[in-house]
Design a protein around this ligand. Sequence first.
Ligand code: C2E
Ligand code: MG
Ligand code: MG
Ligand code: MG
Length: 294
Amino acid sequence: NADAAMYLAKSSGRNSYKFYTADLNARAREILAIESQLRFALERDEFVLHYQPLVDMLTGRVVGAEALIRWQHPNLGLIGPAGFIQVAEERGFIVQIGNWVIREACRQLAEWLARGLPKMTVSVNLSALQFRQQDLTAVIEDALTEYGLSGDCLDVEVTETVVMEDAEATLAAIERIKAMGLSLSIDDFGTGYSSLSYLKRFKADKLKIDRSFVRDIPGDSDDAAITRAIINMAKYLNMQVVAEGVETREQWDFLAGEGCDLVQGYLVAKPMPAAEFATRYGETPGVELAELGL
Ligand code: C2E
Ligand code: MG
Ligand code: MG
Ligand code: MG
C-alpha cells in the first residue's frame, strides 16, 4: 500500500525522523501498515544486526561492539530502528524481536571468536517490555549456553526511563542478569529522568553520555559542563563512561582531556554489517589512532 511505502521510505532516512502527527487517522494507518508487515518480519528472517565499535580512548583498542537492529525490507531496503521500534513496542512485538537480538548477537560473537577475532563484549539494547517478561534471564542464559559464551561476553544497555518505569522489578531483573556475569550500561544518559540514588543501586558498569550533549562540545559551554560533570560523577561511582556520537577530532580531544574512557561514533566508524566488522577489526584488535588523525 502506497501510504505504508511512503512512510517506511521516509522513516528509513534520518534517526531524527518523528511520526508526523498532523492527522491522527494518518498516524493510525501508518501504524497499521508497519504492524502488518512487522508481524511477519521475524519469521521471514528480515532483521539484521549492524555493529558499531566502542573504542578505548587511551589505547585505540576496540573493546566492544554495540549491536543495532535494522529491518531488511524486501521492497523498501534497509529500515533503521527509528522506523519500527516504537511500533514494535506499542504492539508488544519487541519482546520476540528483542529475544532474537540477544540470540543473534551471541551467535555472531561466537562465530567471530571461533574465527580468531579478539575477545570483546557485544552490547544489546533492551526495552522496558523485555524486563516484564518472566523469563528474560532464561532467554539470556539459553543463548549464552547454546553458543558457548560466558556472561561477560554480553553487555545490556537500558535507558534511564526503562530503569525508572518499574524500578523495583527492573532492579531485581538486573541483579539476576549481573549475577550471570553480564555488564550493564545506562544508555542515553542525561535525557531521561532518573534518580541518582537508583543509579547507585543499579550498580551500572557504564554510563553512556547521550549524543545530544556531545554534539556541540567543546564550543557549547553548557554541554561542556554537563559532559564534564557526567564523566566526573561516573568516575566517583566507579563506572566507566562512554561518549556516544563522537564525530569530530575536537570532541575527541575534549573528552580525552576530561578523562572519558570509551568512545563510540562516526569518527571511529558507523554501524556496519558483521562481515565488514570482522574484516576491519579481525586482524588488528583496534583502530590506529593515527589513522583517525589522533
Ligand atoms: P542507541 O542505543 O543510543 O544507539 C546509538 C545510535 O546512535 C545508533 O542509531 C547509532 O547509529 C547512532 N550513532 C552512533 N554514532 C553516531 C554519530 O557519531 N553520529 C550520529 N549522528 N549518530 C550516531 P540507530 O542504529 O539508528 O539506533 C537508534 C536507536 O534505536 C538506538 O539508540 C536504540 O535506542 C534503538 N535500537 C537499536 N537497536 C535496538 C534493538 O535491538 N532493540 C531495541 N529495543 N532498541 C534498539
Ligand atoms: Mg544503545
Ligand atoms: Mg544511546
Ligand atoms: Mg538512543
